[in-house]
Write a protein that binds this ligand. Structure first.
Ligand SMILES: C[S@@+](CC[C@H](N)C(=O)[O-])C[C@H]1O[C@@H](n2cnc3c(N)ncnc32)[C@H](O)[C@@H]1O
Length: 310
């Protein structure tokens, strides 16, 4: 019978919860069952397997099975626990932001590698502090990319933009709970347009690094998205237009305008975006284009440098 436990030990609740999630065909049902149990118990994973005999109160047991039921009905685990780990940091997530994905960590790696290479080429130490670097994360959502980069580059000046004010509020809260709100300036903006009024003729605002994980799901693919994504993640974070790559042309054009000569652009790609996006990097404007695959072998990150006449 759903949600009724006679034995309220951790071991038994976990077994029943996981069983219900498996029956509902929830992906990664064991992990989901564990995370929900840890959430209601307010404990960490080590505790879970060290205390299999601990007895939950009737109230905590009821809370656990209520969450299991909601997960079985399609709500993402992260919306139920309110958090997701990314780059070793814990981020608050709400239905207003995309849940940070592991493949986006490749974008951070590529950005840091490219910055280190730039230092080496300039005859400096590749050990990065971010000193003298100004960067922007376009479409920041939860703030995961901007915050991870700000943590890695403690001396960098970091901007984060989003067209969604609700998303920016989540990003601001994440920056605050991760102790770096002073270091990130969040700006409501359609791509990079919000920076135009900030730049003056005497003090143009230009970046050393622009990173972006844009919405890249096409109309056709939208219907085949898992229910968790289709019904619960924000349309504005997913919908990349008819084909899914409609953001890139404008983003690349604006990035060219806002990058310093030799500045870096690092973009996350949808699983089939590369053939449409790579040709947008006009060789008279961009150099050193490179593609990085994710762990599934999908071309996931496209990086290039704004052409700098030597
Ligand atoms: C795929 S999500 C990426 C979120 C986050 N950067 C990440 O990697 O998890 C795309 C983000 O772009 C934002 N967005 C959509 N259209 C935008 C636009 N025209 N200008 C700025 N941001 C936009 C969405 O609100 C969403 O937060």
């Amino acid at each position: 019978m759903t949600g009724v436990a006679t034995d309220c030990s951790v071991r038994s609740l976990l077994k029943q919860g996981i069983g219900q999630l498996r029956e509902a065909n929830v992906p990664s049902f064991t992990l989901a069952g564990e995370l929900l149990l840890l959430h209601v118990a307010a404990r960490d994973r080590t505790w879970l397997y060290a205390h299999p005999e601990e007895i939950f109160s009737a109230e905590t047991t009821a809370q656990y099975f209520a969450l299991v039921q909601r997960r079985a009905n399609g709500e993402p685990t992260q919306h139920l626990t309110g958090k997701q780990e990314f780059w070793g940091l814990e981020f608050e997530v709400t239905p207003d932001v995309l849940i940070p994905r592991p493949e986006t960590e490749h974008l951070i790696e590529v950005a840091l590698d490219r910055l280190a290479l730039r230092e080496l080429r300039a005859g400096r130490s590749p050990r990065l502090t971010g000193n003298g670097i100004t960067l922007v994360d376009v479409g920041t959502g939860s703030g995961c990319i901007a915050i991870a980069l700000a943590k890695e580059l403690p001396d960098a000046t970091v901007y984060a933009t989003d067209i969604s004010l609700d998303a920016l509020n989540v990003a601001r809260r994440n920056a605050s709970r991760l102790g770096i709100s002073e270091r990130i300036q969040c700006l409501e903006s359609d791509l990079l347009e919000g920076f135009s009024p900030l730049a003056t003729r005497h003090s143009p605002l230009s970046f050393d690094l622009i990173v972006c994980n844009p919405p890249y799901v096409g109309q056709r693919d939208a219907e085949s998205l898992p229910r968790e994504v289709r019904e619960h993640e924000p349309e504005i974070a997913l919908n990349g237009g008819e084909e899914g790559y409609e953001f890139y042309a404008e983003l690349i054009a604006q990035s060219h305008e806002f990058l310093k000569p030799g500045g870096l652009l690092v973009l996350e790609l949808g699983y089939n975006s590369l053939p449409a996006v790579q040709p947008l990097l006009d060789p008279s404007h961009w150099t050193d284009a490179g593609v990085t695959n994710d762990l599934a072998g999908i071309p996931r990150v496209l990086a290039a440098e704004r052409f700098a006449p030597r």
